[in-house]
Design a protein around this ligand. Sequence first.
Ligand code: FMN
Length: 181
Amino acid sequence: MEVLQAISNRRSHRAYKKEQLAEDVLSAILKAGLEAPSARNRQPWHFSVVQDPELIQEVHDEAAKNRTADTGSPRFRDPDFQMFYHAPTVIFIFGEKDFYWSHVDCGIAVENMALAAESLGIGSVILGLPRPAFSGAKADELRARLGCPESYDFVIALALGYATDQKEPHDIRIENISRIK
Ligand SMILES: Cc1cc2nc3c(=O)[nH]c(=O)nc-3n(C[C@H](O)[C@H](O)[C@H](O)COP(=O)(O)O)c2cc1C
């Protein structure tokens, strides 16, 4: 699929089949993340691929418990809400804490992976909501169980799977562009 087509077709998907991704598809998505550009080529990321639904649920529970008005979402009004939408694979992206460009670099990597997934017929959603799981009482334990290296912290996550929902493209805000000639 052409890059522009993948960019246009990508949506945040919030419902998934249980069916797991094939290993070669997952590898291709991860490779796209590793191929992302980064400031000074520091590659200040660590990708933790989780396919254990119980661990994913634990991260959900901990993030839900520690959420605040700023880090929560109206979606929690639904008692069945699970922030990973029961996707079969979640990639947690941890960034080097003391590197100035970590969040930008991890953001570029996650979008590379989301677009690679789209081009391979896999749905995804980028997730910031898990973040409070890594600031509460179980933060160190969860970082360790997820294989987060020392002096890295959670930046963003990407849920992946075969999407079962349909979504319109988001509104395009042309006023967000200024042109100076
Ligand atoms: C940094 C970031 C964090 C996000 N966090 C969440 C999240 O925690 N839960 C969620 O359902 N969607 C999350 N999203 C998805 C956005 O809601 C979505 O990208 C936006 O509504 C536009 O829709 P689209 O992705 O389908 O174009 C996040 C997106 C970004 C870029």
